[in-house]
Design a protein around this ligand. Structure first.
Ligand code: FAD
Ligand code: NAG
Ligand code: NAG
Length: 654
């Protein structure tokens, strides 16, 4: 049986590894410029690939670390778990199998540079070589600024999942360790580097992660002791006035975007070309990274469906290290899975080609109301309840409501609409739509001063309606639910749904909500393709709700576990109880969501898992709650769910 891990064990026993007879300084970049075939649509950086011959400069044992994988070779057997034996975990820094410095040197030379040893941003706050008071002050002030964390090779936004082992502080005597950050990141600027990193991680048995922007709600772009592929600088964009390819009937314009492209990049580019593409609301989210791979909901979803419904093709480095195109005519199953089945599972996407639609006018409306003063709590909640009666007609009209419901002080509550997004509607049409609800609110003594603004382009509407969101997830956890449209179909179930949702807010929980219906695009907006792996619960929903709890900074790990447990199995369970069989959005989720396979993937799970086993028998790609992730766990010292620990097999076989 051929198995790299076994070969390694033999090599170590023979004391061959990690000893490298080879002189690293003679190693040259393994990057070859390849001429694209007639059907290939590559960016320049995608023509720079890894070809096997360029590895011939390496001595045999070293070459074995960078070779392509062969998934048809019998995958490793399930081994007996022995907690003393690290070989049942991914290879970790300090292990005998961890590549020695000369090997990292060889790797970096093959890459042509770009290998970055991890250095937490906040290390500037701690005594030692990195100490820099001014830089520390900047880091402290910007730790919750997604523009700053995105620019960094290792930082993530939901910092609690890093384990918070190096936080900004004014006390330089504290401790700063790598925790859940990777050991190294590769700042990739061509496909060969992605291929080398995938091959190196797979062949050496070290953990691989992918970080694009670090927005993931569950810390899935971090991982202790890992090698990270940092895709942020793959920023290429190309406007294709008339797309054509085999297997698609789309003949309109398209935009090809590298996987480092963020919403603000893409929308600006679209604006210059008079088109729109389907992306999210958040300014700094990576559109062709985790967003589309996880489904992707949008202010345009009630007319166009999900972001994943508008992809024409993708370029991908698969777990065996090869670079392929996935589309309706090539690698169709992979294409299906990459449109909704979650990031960091089937490979590294380097770019996607997206359908582009004509730009549009939008009316946005913002308003807020609170309980208190002359507005009783009963009237406040009645006013909110009236809103729910319009969820189906509003989304039928193509609108998207982004609204917050939260406690305002010890007794009162706040409703914040920011914004009501009405694509292709005039102010008058939007007023007509909202009018009946506003009349009901007025009858309850709730006065609403709504700001109706008409925008001549999508870009103008988006940029003035969605302020940069401050992310500071140190002492909190989130969960989400896709409440089904069926719950709106009779008054009794709707009341029960409303009450279950409201109970969270009355308990002091903040909710972020979307009245959105990403069903199949219809009418004038046809052209979406929902034959993909997006969670089927998305097609049934008219409300996506996120609830977010927080706890005191001084809680012990045991106390945090208790709080989390009562959230996941209490507050979230109340929402599940009124929506049995529905789901939750994997991109904005609870890391410890029970039965995540059903919740995040629904009836697609078995098909997604079958493909995962086929293309990645090595489990080189792993992320918490990703397809196939149940075979492994991050073993943390304090038992909390985060990335500061070794990734080990769960299965114990007698
Ligand atoms: C402020 C904010 C606003 C948001 N707004 C929206 C919204 O409007 N609509 C919506 O649907 N979602 C939204 N999200 C959720 C967002 O879509 C997800 O967090 C998404 O996973 C982010 O992808 P990323 O590539 O930017 O982030 P990352 O955290 O870098 O990556 C997320 C996951 O995808 C993997 N990944 C990233 N790039 C690649 C790649 N090229 N190939 C393979 N795997 C990859 C990572 O390994 C990780 O598992 C928002 C999140 C935040 C924090
Ligand atoms: C961001 O973090 C800084 C530093 O901790 C803090 O002062 C600031 O209030 C935070 N911003 C918001 C809006 O929470
Ligand atoms: C109304 O909203 C627009 C943005 O959509 C903003 O530019 C304008 O300042 C707002 N007007 C008022 C009075 O708040």
């Amino acid at each position: 049986m051929k198995h790299d891990r076994l070969l390694f064990a033999a090599a170590v026993a023979a004391n061959l590894l990690p000893v490298f007879a080879q002189d690293p300084s003679a190693v040259t970049p393994a990057v070859t410029k390849v001429t694209p075939g007639p059907g290939d649509h590559y960016f320049e950086f995608e023509t720079l690939q890894l070809v096997e011959e360029s590895l011939n400069q390496l001595e045999e044992q070293n070459k074995a670390l960078f070779n392509f994988g062969d998934p048809s070779v019998t995958p490793p057997p399930v081994e007996k778990r022995d907690d003393e034996d690290v070989s049942y975990c991914k290879v970790f820094p300090g292990d005998p199998l961890w590549p020695r410095p000369p090997m990292w040197d060889i790797f970096n030379r093959l890459l042509g540079g770009g290998l970055i040893p991890s250095l937490p941003m906040a290390s500037a706050c701690y005594e030692g070589e990195e100490y820099d008071a001014e830089r520390c002050e900047f880091v402290e002030a910007n730790f919750n600024n997604s523009y700053v964390t995105t620019e960094d090779p290792i930082e993530i936004l939901a910092i609690s999942f890093q384990g918070m082992t190096c936080m900004p502080t004014t006390d330089p005597t504290g401790s700063c360790t790598l925790g859940g950050y990777p050991a190294f990141a590769v700042d990739v600027s061509n496909v060969a580097q992605v291929q080398l990193a995938v091959n190196f991680a797979r062949n050496s048995g070290i953990r691989l992660i992918v970080k694009n922007t670090g927005h993931d709600f569950s810390g899935k772009s971090a991982g202790a002791g890992s090698l990270s592929i940092w895709t942020h600088n793959l920023k290429d964009m190309e406007f294709i006035p008339e797309y054509s390819a085999e297997g698609t009937d789309w003949t309109g314009p398209a935009i090809k975007a590298g996987s480092g492209v963020q919403a603000y990049d893409l929308y600006e580019f679209c604006n210059q070309h008079g088109v729109v593409t389907i992306g999210g609301e958040g300014q700094t989210v990576g559109i062709t990274g985790g967003y589309i791979q996880g489904g992707g909901h949008s202010p345009l979803s009630s007319i166009y469906g999900m972001g994943a419904d508008h992809v024409l093709e993708m370029e991908v480095v698969t777990p065996d290290g090869h670079f392929v195109t996935a589309s309706k005519s090539e690698n169709e199953e992979l294409f299906w899975a990459l449109r909704g089945g979650g990031g960091s599972t089937y490979g590294v996407v380097t770019s996607m080609t997206l359908k582009a639609r004509p730009d549009m006018k939008v009316t946005t409306t913002t308003f807020t109301f609170t309980s208190g003063g002359t507005v009783t709590k009963e009237n406040f909640w009645q006013g909110v309840r009236y809103f729910f009666d319009y969820f189906i007609p509003f989304t039928d009209a193509g609108t998207y409501s982004y609204f917050f419901l939260m406690p305002a002080g010890p007794e009162d509550f706040l409703f914040l609409m920011q914004p009501f997004f009405a694509p292709q509607m005039s102010i008058e049409e939007t007023e007509t739509l909202l009018g009946p609800w506003f009349t009901q609110l007025a009858d309850l003594g709730i006065t609403v001063q709504a700001n109706f603004t008409h925008h001549s382009t999508f870009h103008a509407a988006w940029s003035s309606s969605f302020p940069l969101e401050v992310i500071d997830k140190r002492y909190n956890a989130d969960g989400s639910r896709l409440f089904p449209r069926a719950n709106w179909e009779d008054k009794e179930t709707l009341d029960a749904t409303f009450n279950a949702w409201k109970t969270s807010i009355e308990k002091g929980i903040i909710t972020i909500n979307f009245n959105i219906a990403p069903t199949l695009a219809r009418g004038n907006f046809a052209g979406g393709d929902a034959d993909n792996s997006v969670n089927p619960a998305w097609r049934e929903t008219v409300m996506h709700s996120i609830q977010s709890i927080s706890w005191a900074p001084d809680l012990s790990p045991e106390e945090i576990l208790e709080v989390r447990d009562s959230f996941t199995n209490g507050d979230m369970q109340r929402w599940r109880d009124v929506s049995p069989g529905a789901g939750s959005y994997l991109g904005e989720a609870d890391r410890i969501e029970p039965n995540f396979q059903q919740a995040f993937y629904g009836s697609h799970y078995e098909r997604l898992l079958a493909l995962k086993k086929k293309v990645d028998p090595w489990d080189v790609f792993w992320a918490a709650t990703a397809v196939g992730s149940e075979g492994w766990e991050v073993v943390t010292e304090n038992g909390l769910p985060h990335e500061n620990g070794r990734l080990c097999r769960v299965e114990k076989v007698v």
